[in-house]
Design a protein around this ligand. Sequence first.
Ligand SMILES: Nc1nc2c(ncn2[C@@H]2O[C@H](COP(=O)(O)OP(=O)(O)OP(=O)(O)O)[C@@H](O)[C@H]2O)c(=O)[nH]1
Length: 491
Amino acid sequence: MAHLHHDDPSCSCCIEHSLADLALLDALTAPDLPSAADLNLAAKKKQHAYKRRDADLDPLLLAAAASYGSVTRNHYTHDFFPAVGDPRSEGAYDWTKWQPEDPAARQERRPRLKYVSRQGPRSQKKQETKENTPSADAAEPLRDSCNIATSSTTTSASTSSTQPGLLPASAELQVKCMARTRVPTPHGPVFLHLYHNSKDNKEHLAMVVDPAQLEDTPQLAPPIRSRTLDAVWSDSETEAERITRGAYVGRLSAHSQRPSRPADQSACPPTLDTIPSPLIRIHSECFTGETIGSMRCDCGEQLDEAIRQIAQPITIPSPTDPAQTVTIPGRGAVVYLRQEGRGIGLLSKIRAYNLQDLGHDTVTANLMLGHGADERGYAIAAAIVRDLGMGTDGMEGVRLLTNNPDKMRALEEEGIRIVERVPMVPRSWQRIQHAKLGGDSAGVHVHDGADEREGGVTMIGHGEVYGDDLDKYLRTKVLRMGHMLPLLSDL
Ligand SMILES: Nc1nc2c(ncn2[C@@H]2O[C@H](COP(=O)(O)OP(=O)(O)OP(=O)(O)O)[C@@H](O)[C@H]2O)c(=O)[nH]1
């Protein structure tokens, strides 16, 4: 029997407890165990032999027991008796000794530094957003979270923002490139642009391939630069702020930091006729295909293939001697839209996959879940393309990498000038096609198979997706969604 109270041999309660312990030990080890009736009788007679042991509670022990080891006696003492043992705190809790501060001393005290936020009060912003939201359905537009006051630049007419730090929602869609940075990839450097917009609450992206922008020498083709990024956002904007958000020219390093100016896009000579229009891919997010390498679809492969094709060097006649050729870096962009699962979202797409496993195709599965076959929109993509200086009057037209006729139509309706459609043939189909044609498929980049994952971007890398799931998915796109892709069986 552990003695949990205190160890004072002269203490009467300790002696009492020890006697009780011995009596209980004796009773429990005796040949005849005491019956419950005996125990009750003893309790009734208030015999000390079976007295309860929890009469005298030590608060420190209770705290330690309750703490399961995470609270020590020291913690307990600090929490409940914080001033104990600290002579300076003597009387700190005695309010009878409290004295008000001398007003003269308060005057002399230096004023405290105060942080003044450059954003409007939160309540004001909320009100502003509600008023500006174009429709009840539209999500609250993204805020300018960089804490830099902006003069919001629209993609067409420029409207000044009523509230610094807020990209206002308006009937006219606005996009604004919030930041840009260089990202090295297996296909070469890309400039990743992050966009906010006044329509939805998503961060859409553009991967601009234009490595010539890293060079200091003049280039033949105009740089693909964001108008809203290069704009001056406020009179008080510093060079450091511009550099940090990516509004710089040339290669950024510890020794080279040149902020861009709004005029930098037009500083280049007009495009030569011999330079092909930039190659553009409007790509919709696909977590499964891009991140975990799903072979139910070709999205991961398409993303890699798009960046690979855009980054291919271009050979053109030399502007000084047409008999000669010069090679310029490949240029274009992937606009990456956050409209997962053709706009139905990842949750619904996962459910749709289960319906597909039950035998339904990708279109029917969407419909069974109460969605449209394709719920995407391309207004934001078009605005981003325009912001990058492509696709509209006075700017270069674009070559669009797609098989999707709806995508072509939607972009043209948004005013984007598409000068050429470049098909996206799945790599496994290219390989089979190549074999069918007896190796005679001029100009087609033929992949060796699925073992090419080392290079390339996304989980699929430079390899290919293949299999029954993929073939079924692609066939449905051709047969039910009108994708412009020759079926293998038709070759
Ligand atoms: N609902 C649904 N979405 C899918 C399925 N498989 C892939 N997706 C989504 O389909 C979209 C693919 O879009 P894109 O890469 O723009 O291609 P596309 O519109 O099919 O046309 P292309 O430009 O010819 O490639 C992505 O958002 C994927 O998440 C599926 O089985 N069901």
